[in-house]
Write a protein that binds this ligand. Sequence first.
Ligand SMILES: Cc1ncc(COP(=O)(O)O)c(C=O)c1O
Length: 352
Amino acid sequence: MTPAEARGTFPALAKLVYLNAGSIGPLAVPTVEAMRAQESKGLERGRGSASAFLEVFALGIGLRRRLAALVGVPVESMVPTGSTTEGCNIVITGLRLGPDDEVVTTDAEHPGLLRPLLASGARVRQARVMGRPAAEALDAVLTEVTPSTRLVAISHVLWRNGQVLPLAEIKRATGLPLLVDGAQAVGAIPVEAKVADYYAFSGQKWLCGPEGTGGLYVADPASLQPRMQGFAAEVATDALRLAITLPPPASLAGLTAALDQLPDWGFTRAVELVGHCRALLLESGVEVRTEPGQGTLISFRLLGDPVAIEQQAEQRGVIIRSLPDGWLRASVGRWNDHDDLERLGAVVRELS
Ligand SMILES: Cc1ncc(COP(=O)(O)O)c(C=O)c1O
């Protein structure tokens, strides 16, 4: 499928300049059709027959295999989840951290990772990465490591500015268990989850799947003593035993369909578009805090109330996001095109 054909499968893109996959990605027609078909089956034949259970079981097994392949890990180490937040919570609670333990994270983490860390009872040390060059991130993390550090827990791509953290270097230099929040990475940039011990990600963002979907890679399930358990703990012996509840059948079907549609040109196209977006914003005279060559989020600032700017942009058909620290964010996806970016540039110039 060509980029133009793929774009045509996302109805919202016909009307909007959609630049907010960092919150939630656009939906494609085949994804929604797969969800509807799954719901219709439940409607028509009842949900609890033996054949229906078997079918949903097969759907879950298939999706688990697909998620594992997507991030380059063995299927036995993949847990389908409802979100990145759920994956982070499974790992952090399962590590049974206490007041004598320290966790190193950064000052740029989303609540989906930060809140479970703060709730863990461990002392949380935040490496200062915001407002500093990407090249200093490794040192910033290492500065916070002490003999009491039990876990390094960081994003792959920072949600505030798109910066990519050097996961392999951090793992190599610390040798510590590494939990990665991959919410802004999986589907946006190439990911090999094996770089970490635990890697959590979302289905509804860059994979364009349904809400309430995600995955968690766990290299060694025995390293966790789960605090929340359910049916999966009864029947599974590998990482699947960590699953708390599985996504509903329609979501399993929708995410499977979304994965079927991932094009092989997606990452290269996104790199080109995000570079173009950054250049356009700079040409428009806007302050941009995202360095070149990072992820697919570009963070920029205009004078004025960011929430009002977000709303004014929406009135002009451009969907961007205001961030809690007063900056704005454009999420540039493989489904966008140069026209979208020109329209963003025009709105930014108008609202500047
Ligand atoms: C870095 C990061 N982590 C976690 C999340 C939360 O993702 P989910 O809703 O899948 O838990 C987000 C969502 O915005 C995010 O940007």
